[in-house]
Design a protein around this ligand. Structure first.
Ligand SMILES: *Cc1c(COP(=O)(O)O)cnc(C)c1O
Length: 437
């Protein structure tokens, strides 16, 4: 063994991780601790030291039916005995066809064409490229910018970043390469409030001023997730649809976080009773098992692109239509209906209303919000991530707050007692000064 090999072999696994492995949005020079997961089952993450944590995060919004689910496992195993993957150029297969059929059937009317890709950010890139190619193909090449609202989050790749909130998306760092897009204020009339028509005024002005240079308007429907866990009024989304029609701008709806029941509707668009021209899906698509995303569009968008100069849509990932991912996605969608997802979400919402909303009266809490299976409290000061995380683990839960927000979005199979433990842990840390900055 070389000297380097000897040194490395003496590190424990966790030490190696800390020294060599990037984790998301964490410093490599003074990293936050990573907890070592050995396995996961149902709603529980089991740590290497034997401790079991109730997962309040669904592994970043993706797990629906719990970990290590026999039916999802079986779908993967069965598919793997046929083939795990084949290229999608010139080849096709049952798992992908079946999935696309389901997506066309379940999503809002008019979304008839499906483009499969690897991850949410890529699905957003695909949506943006579709919009640009569509405008070019209909002879409107000047329509090459995007319009969006502040507080948005659409992923970490470049086009996606260019429509993320300029502050939290750190636009200044990437200023030289990011597309220069147009930002309206975030919706301020919230879900459940009385609709205020003037909430749309500034956005309407921007449409009027800039429509000749705007290819598409992109927005997260009803829930602005990573940009602040804000739930806005469905009338806002309805108005967006109208403005897009009026100014020949495509409406891209990013349902990556909200899709498959999270908000109490199968897709959050349904709150506003609208169909977008393009829709992005990801996160829950495979029930949290494997990375997979989809971008759906209308026939008009697909036909116009295909009849344009390029003659086709210019994108094609290596792992497009991955058979393992499609097979587990099919099984996950079937389980949603077998398990009556509406009832599952309604049960979680009821627990959140009973247990989490009252935290609003705590001195440290500015606001508490609940929609479907999503519950969030916005604190007056930011959390101390390292201490609060450690406390949550001691309390037997996995909750990962960011900024001033402590939120949970548990797997749909969570029961009442587990909900009580999750929200109880939130209440406990609120009383602890060292968990906050
Ligand atoms: C998570 C997320 C994305 C990005 O998905 P990745 O799979 O992380 O690339 C895009 N849009 C929204 C709304 C998201 O929540």
């Amino acid at each position: 063994m070389s000297k380097k090999q000897t040194e490395e072999s003496q590190l424990t696994l966790l030490e190696f991780d800390k020294k060599h492995v990037w984790h998301p949005y964490t410093s490599m020079s003074s990293p936050l601790p990573s907890y070592h997961v050995e396995s996961a089952n149902g709603v529980y993450l089991k740590l290497a030291d034997g401790e079991k944590l109730i997962d309040g995060m669904s592994s970043w919004w993706s797990v629906l039916h719990g970990y290590n689910h026999p039916k999802l496992n079986a779908a993967l195993i069965e598919q793997s005995t046929k083939m795990s993957h084949v290229m999608f150029g010139g080849l096709t297969h049952n798992s992908a066809i079946e999935l696309c059929k389901k997506l066309v059937q379940l999503t809002p009317a008019g979304l008839d064409r499906v483009f499969l890709s690897d991850s949410g950010s890529v699905a957003v890139e695909v949506a943006i490229k579709m919009a640009l190619q569509f405008q070019q193909a209909q002879g409107k090449a000047d329509k090459a910018k995007l319009l969006t609202v502040r507080n948005g989050y659409h992923g970490d790749t470049f086009a996606a970043m260019s429509v993320c909130d300029p502050v939290t998306g750190m636009h200044q760092i990437f200023d030289k390469v990011l597309m220069k897009n147009i930002f309206a204020p975030a919706p301020s009339c919230m879900f459940g409030e009385t609709w205020q028509e003037n909430d749309i005024e500034k956005l309407a002005e921007l449409f009027e001023q800039h429509h000749s240079e705007i290819a598409a308007f992109i927005i997260e429907p009803i829930v602005q997730g990573t940009g602040g866990m804000r739930f806005y009024h469905p009338q806002y989304l309805k108005a967006c649809r109208k403005l897009c029609d009026q100014y020949d701008v495509l409406l891209i709806v990013d349902e990556i976080a909200t899709g498959f029941g999270r908000t109490g509707k199968l897709f959050a668009c349904e709150w506003a009773d609208i169909s977008p021209d393009i829709m992005c899906l990801g996160k829950t698509l495979t029930g949290g098992y494997i990375t997979l995303a989809a971008t759906l569009c209308s026939s008009i968008v697909a036909e116009t692109i295909s009849n344009g100069d390029a003659g086709c849509f210019m994108h094609g990932p290596t792992f497009m239509g991955n058979a393992l991912a499609c097979a587990v996605a099919n099984a996950s969608i079937d389980l949603l209906f077998e398990n009556n997802w509406q009832q599952q979400v309604a049960n979680i919402e009821q627990e959140l209303i009973t247990l989490l909303l009252p935290l609003k009266s705590h001195a440290r809490v500015k606001e508490a919000r609940v929609l479907g299976s999503i519950g969030a409290i916005e604190c007056i000061s930011p959390v101390n991530v390292a201490t609060i995380q450690k406390r949550f683990v001691e309390l037997g839960v996995w909750i990962r707050p960011f900024g001033k927000l402590i939120y949970i979005i548990p797997p749909l199979i969570i029961n009442k007692a587990q909900m009580k433990t999750l929200v109880g842990a939130m209440a406990t840390v609120l009383a602890e000064d060292n968990c906050f900055i």
